[in-house]
Design a protein around this ligand. Sequence first.
Ligand code: PLP
Length: 372
Amino acid sequence: MKIPALDLKRQIAPIRGELDLAIKDVIDQTNFVLGETVERFEGHLAEYCGVKHAIGVSNGTDALSLSLLALGIKAGDGVICPAFTYYATAGAVAGIGARPVFADIDKHTYNISIESIEKNLFKKNKLKIKAVIPVHLYGQCADMDEILKLARKYKLKVIEDTAQAFGAEYKGKKAGTLGDCGAVSFFPAKNLGAFGDAGAILTNNQSLNERLKILRNQGNKNKYFHLVLGRNNRLDSLQAAVLDVKLKYLDAWNKKRQEVAGYYDAKLAGLALKTPFVPRYTTHIYQQYVLRLVGSNKGLLEYLRGKEIDSRVFYPLPLHLQKCFKYLGYKKGDFPEAEKAASQVLTLPIYPELTQEEKDYIVQCVKEYLHD
Ligand SMILES: Cc1ncc(COP(=O)(O)O)c(C=O)c1O
């Protein structure tokens, strides 16, 4: 049985008629960038998240960069990011000329370690650390209360990287709405995915909202009068139309992902591996279902691939050891938990449409490998 990591055809088929109509409507209107369709989607996003403003942008990476710029982060400023995340978290920081300052992760949740942030702030030296980007990795929230406490103490801006956790909740509030702003990705493989690149920024701050809208659109407020050095990071209407249709189904899809995760948790309990740990303060929307082996992930990864189960490793090399960040001067051993996680974690396919037969086959193959 061949089981892909994700099968969007199964997601799209039952809502194809609705999507076709929404796309046709954009073509009929010929208003392809920003405009009414984008505004309507932004309104629905804000309502869904219980936040004052949602600003549609070109992708999740740009959502991070624009957030940094709008919050006044400048070239040479330090921005704390976890060492174990997707490249874009730190790439966005470096992209505006600021300096990523890595922190280790908590070994249970894989999210940024509060102690490690504090250690960095304590070391502070010449670098001006101005912001922190907690990443809600795999679909569950980082410990935002503790992060916000540190942020208040050290006067740091907080940008939540919500690329993987849109729809998850921290103590009843939506991910991305607790810090100064939240950066969301609607990359097609996300739980809420567009038909191309797309993203959004969430914020309760009115002046930040205004700045972000100007920055995403070439620094324009009124056409051809440029107030600041902006960028072309606008959201297009086709993506907004698709996302607006899909948003209605997101909670139901996330619930099904949680059911699949619950099934894996129960069936794999007691084996020589760790299933995901979800602290009480957060829900998990399982953008990824991540297992942790006692030793290396390589054996099980190869075994599952051999059985045509598309298991993946997010992420095989922590950011402080990536070639592109060599200039930052980190070395092996600097963030032991991130390094250990990179060698021990792997995913099982998770999506709402997985069949019972597929789930059983996946569980059976994991058990076979562990000789259970
Ligand atoms: C943690 C994290 N941050 C940022 C991004 C960037 O989002 P995008 O691909 O929409 O630019 C991603 C995308 O995968 C991500 O997983």
